[in-house]
Design a protein around this ligand. Structure first.
Ligand code: SF4
Length: 1021
């Protein structure tokens, strides 16, 4: 009976089986975890095994399930039946990795939604780090591969062979040959969350050791250790501990070697790393330490912390001093006989700060965000700033500290967990001074200082300490000031891009001081990468963009014109992918943004090397030179190379990787660049009704001259006008897709996906469609909300046009990588012909007929009639129009070619060998609006082709003079060049933008184009 009762209690208390849920709930009713109370407290289904912060979520591992809860309220976000969980990545870029015991594979989940980002079915082990995820797959017991992934990546950064795995454990973070952290009874050893991936990792396989260089992604050493020795891989060194018995004593020698050079770099005689605790020299324990430090005891019994990289003694205790916690920067020590925890920063002689406590057994730990001291009798948990000992939280609680994050910590007991936010107004302590011990009740000082009497000693002490801490800057710290916190304005999230390897030459990894590894990049690498990127974006599109075009064709709600445009753009993509004709005639301004990690070394001429790559691409390929050098205020000349490029390099560890150099390459045509808008608004805009009214008005103004369907970006807020515009450009390129979808007090930007959907629907109601009426004015919308000055509210709008030209790239120790764009767009083409799409009659117009006949024919049809044109057209743009206007001013007549032929406002890119024209497409008609009335009055320009809207003046002139404006699809320039243009003659006013290799290059004969084409009309007659 007693045994049965015991079993029942165990089953119930562990939540394995509970026949009396009501009674048990009553027995185990929640008690506050702490006083003052935590900001939230939640009861779990069972006692948590681990708890880890993952961005704005808290991930809890139970015995047979995994759940995530929101940091702000503790409410459950999702739950899954999984056996283990680990967190990789950092902050808002974190991912949750889950799996089942003794089952291969794992899933990478989004922390907030639990959505599966990536799924693996083969891995037998997983390690998670702040900057990487490692997994191992095995073909058989002796043939395994270790792969490193960006936590949010979709393809491995590198893969290394392992001769087996050495253990069969389908779970997370199995033991490696590394130093183990010092432990504390009331603080979870993993409370600090994932660490950075060490530069070297040691795998023990079948009695041998393989050392893997994680920066270079290669194995650098295999060795068979002496069974009497102990090996760990710490701080970029292989550390071998010898323990030899003599005279009844065990003598220790610690030897560190560089595995790449395979030579010894330092050794310490007579330092005991406590690997052979107890009698004898048998080493059964691994040494304690951090990522780059190891802990030992000197021959005279003093504790020491060694730098694993160079063997320096970073801290040497006095006799009786007890090392309680250590990381790569700090040692937390209980001085001999002392009643305090004292913190030393390596490289700083004096103690940083001390915390008074009577409890000699207080649990102590150090994490990135806080040092934790948990004394007993009375039970307390105190979180302190590692740098200065400032109190971040001070609670009376017997709970255990389960996880420590940037904004607070999770404490727990049995099935309860609670969140303790770190104070934003806790009394700071100047370095070296003891923080004032706070009683639980003193939290009221923090929350409402005015409610405390002036004589309150706690408050006065707090004010005194604040002044002391701020004195270093000579500035008073206001009582309302928030604690320092940092978040990037645009947290871009993990890089999910699929890359292709361009080259693995010209990059190398070299050793630097402090065990750091540096990536060296030759300038030629940047030049080659840029040239390759510019080529790719001129000819290939992203698969997602092509899929969106195909979706228009498949959408029964799309208008026939929407589908017609989408099909033409897909065909154009197919032709451009041949690598001869660029997808658009306006091959754009080259824009390159680079983010160079702090461990990337170049010769310093990065911008020049990138500009050279732009030069090589534009001069060797069939691209157009669009850049004009200003010689005087009024005189400009084409540079003949498309230089200068816009190159911006930022010093920033891209994706948290110090040894990576990442890029965004863009080619921005004039049409879409001109559709970037800035509006200086006020807070009055920040309500849903006004915002939608504003956008309804402004988005219509974009019109069709930038060749929709668009990728539309709207940025609301911004620390400056130019920052808002820059963010809009990045958002239109999908560069900010990985941003968080919620704001926070860290004031970072975020994506408002709900507003994105509303705006997309708004644009569908415009009826503008993909150029000629319909739903598809936009493929998609991105809305970014940024912090702002209270007196400003910039709103930036930008589009990426049908030439959606951008590609990401990166240079890492594993090589030079460029985003994989679609080289086979044909797979997106439907199995349909034009006939399937032509639900309306197409009217054929013979341009060889006299102009009056052509106009009479056009006059028979309503706006939106689709036309198919064949015959000669005159091509003329801004300069030709200006010259002709000068001739009219001088009393000369309208040239016959403008009277007799329709005029196409269009231009080509370079003409490839064997073609009549290079990629050729319409330009923005509005630029010629000012000439129309005058030219038509003089008998010319009666039929005009181009893209985009016309002004009221053009409409009125057409009514008065019997003119027509025919809309030509903007974007499919390669298709016009390949399928439509038969012959080109340059007759008058050649420009650097038009250099046909055609039949005539005469500078004196009149310009004309002889061709057959199809075009669509939709504009006012
Ligand atoms: S697709 Fe249109 S807007 Fe885009 S670059 Fe080409 S011509 Fe300009």
């Amino acid at each position: 009976m007693v045994a049965a009762l015991i079993v029942l209690v165990i089953l119930v208390s562990t939540n394995t089986w509970n026949p009396f849920p009501g009674i048990w709930e009553w027995v185990s009713a929640s008690q506050p975890l702490a006083s003052p109370n935590v900001s939230w407290q939640q009861r779990l289904g069972s006692g948590p095994q681990t708890v880890t912060f993952a961005g704005n979520a808290v991930v809890v591992e139970h015995r047979t399930s995994v759940e995530a809860r929101g940091v702000s309220s503790g409410t459950q976000l999702w739950e899954k039946d999984k056996d283990w969980v680990a967190v990789a990545g950092e902050g808002l870029d974190s991912v949750v990795v889950v799996g089942e015991l003794l089952t291969k594979g794992y899933e990478v989940l989004d922390p907030l939604t639990g959505a599966v980002r990536r799924s693996d079915k083969q891995a037998v082990a997983v390690w998670t780090y702040r900057n990487a995820l490692l997994d191992v797959r095995c073909g058989d017991a002796k043939d395994c591969q270790l792969s490193a992934w960006d936590p949010r990546g979709s393809s491995p950064m590198w893969t290394v062979d392992l001769p087996g795995i050495g253990f069969v454990l389908f779970a997370d973070n199995p033991d490696l040959l590394d130093a183990k952290p010092l432990t504390a009874r009331r603080i979870e050893g993993s409370a600090g969350g994932p660490v950075l991936m060490p530069s070297l990792l040691g795998f023990s396989v079948d009695g041998k050791v393989r050392v893997v260089d994680t920066a270079a992604g290669r194995a650098v050493q295999d060795f068979e250790p002496d069974r009497r020795d102990r090996h760990v891989v710490v701080g970029g060194r292989v550390i071998r501990v010898q323990a030899r018995s003599a005279d009844g004593t065990c003598y220790f020698t610690v030897i560190a070697s560089d595995p790449a050079l395979q030579r010894e770099v330092w050794r310490h005689e007579a330092v005991n790393l406590r690997t052979a605790e107890g009698a004898g020299c048998a080493q059964r324990e691994g040494p304690a330490g951090g990522q780059n430090v190891i802990v030992g005891v000197t021959a005279d019994g003093r504790e020491a912390v060694l730098d694993a990289y160079d063997g320096r003694v970073l801290w040497l205790g006095g006799h009786g001093d007890k090392l309680l916690a250590v990381d790569d920067q700090y040692a937390l020590v209980r001085p001999s006989g002392g009643k305090a925890v004292t913190t030393y920063e390596f490289g700083v002689k004096r103690a940083r700060w001390s915390f008074s406590t009577e409890d000699p057994k207080a649990s102590v730990a150090i994490t990135r965000f806080a040092a934790i001291v948990a004394p007993e009798g009375p039970d307390r948990i105190v979180a302190l700033s590692p740098a200065n000992g400032r109190t971040l939280a001070d609670l009376r609680s017997s709970a255990k500290v389960l996880a420590v994050g940037q904004t607070g910590m999770i404490i727990g007991g049995q099935r309860e967990i609670g969140f303790v936010p770190f104070s934003t107004a806790a009394p700071p302590a100047s370095p070296g001074s003891a923080p004032h011990p706070r009683t639980p009740g003193s939290a009221t000082v923090r929350r409402n200082p005015c409610a405390v009497r002036k004589s309150d000693p706690d408050r006065q002490s707090a004010l005194r300490v604040r002044r002391g801490a701020a004195a270093g800057l000579g500035l008073p710290l206001m009582s309302s000031a928030a604690a320092f916190s940092y978040a990037p304005l645009l947290p871009t999230g993990a890089d999910l891009t699929e890359y292709r390897l361009v080259s693995d030459e010209g990059v190398d990894v070299v050793n630097g001081p402090g065990g750091r590894r540096f990536l060296t990049v030759e300038p030629a690498v940047l030049t080659q990468l840029t040239a390759e990127a510019m080529h790719d974006i001129a000819h290939f599109l992203r698969p997602a963009h092509l899929a969106q075009l195909r979706a228009i064709i498949d959408d029964p709600a799309a208008s026939p014109n929407d589908r017609f445009v989408a099909l033409d753009l897909l065909r154009n993509a197919n032709i451009a992918a041949g690598g001869v004709l660029p997808m658009c005639q306006d091959t754009g301004t080259a824009i390159v943004m680079g983010k160079r990690g702090r461990h990337v070394l170049t010769d310093g001429t990065d911008e020049e090397a990138i500009a050279r790559g732009v030069y090589e691409a534009y001069t060797r390929l069939n691209l157009r030179y669009s850049q004009l050098a200003p010689l005087t205020m009024w005189e400009e000349r084409n540079t003949g190379s498309n230089l200068p490029a816009q190159v911006e390099i930022y010093a920033e560890d891209p994706g948290g990787q110090p040894d990576a150099y990442k890029f965004l390459f863009m080619a921005k045509g004039g049409g879409s660049a001109n559709k970037s808008y800035l509006y200086q608004e006020t807070k009055a805009l920040l309500n849903p009704t006004r915002m939608m009214q504003f956008l309804d008005e402004k988005l219509r103004l974009i019109g069709t001259s930038a060749c929709p369907p668009y990728h539309l970006a709207v940025v609301i807020g911004g620390t400056s006008a130019e920052y808002a515009l820059k963010a809009a450009k990045l958002a239109s390129a999908k560069y900010l897709d990985g941003m968080p979808t919620e704001g926070s007090m860290l004031a970072h930007g975020f994506r408002d996906t709900e507003l994105e959907a509303e705006i997309l629907e708004l644009t569908r109601q415009f009826g503008i469609g993909a150029q000629f009426g319909g739903r598809y004015f936009c493929h998609d919308v991105r809305v970014i909300r940024l912090p702002r000055h209270g007196a400003s509210c910039p709103v930036a709008i930008a589009v990426s046009c049908s030439a959606d030209r951008q590609a990401l790239a990166k240079v890492t120790p594993s090589g030079v990588w460029l985003e994989r764009l679609e080289t086979d767009p044909a797979r997106f083409l439907p199995e349909v012909t034009d006939a399937h799409l032509e639900t309306e009659e197409v009217v054929r117009i013979d341009l060889n007929r006299p102009m009056d006949d052509i106009r009479a024919e056009l006059a028979k049809y309503p706006v939106k009639t689709r036309l198919s044109l064949s015959g000669p057209l005159v091509v003329a743009r801004d300069i030709a129009h200006a010259k002709i206007a000068e001739r009219l001013d001088a009393g000369e007549p309208m040239p016959a070619y403008l009277r007799d032929h329709a005029v196409y406002y269009a231009g080509p890119a370079k003409t490839p060998e064997g073609y009549a024209s290079g990629s050729f497409g319409p330009t923005t008609a509005g630029r010629m609006d000012a000439y129309v009335a005058r030219f038509q009055a003089a008998g010319g320009s009666h039929v005009m082709l181009a893209k985009g809207n016309r002004s009221r003046g053009v409409t009125e002139s057409c009514h008065q003079h019997g003119g027509f404006y025919l809309g030509s699809i903007g974007g499919p320039a390669a298709r016009l060049a390949q399928d439509c243009i038969k012959h080109v003659e340059v007759i008058e006013y050649p420009s650097s933008a038009w250099r046909p290799s055609g039949r005539s290059r005469s500078k004196t004969s009149p310009p004309s184009s002889s061709w057959t084409t199809r075009a669509t009309t939709s504009s006012p007659r």
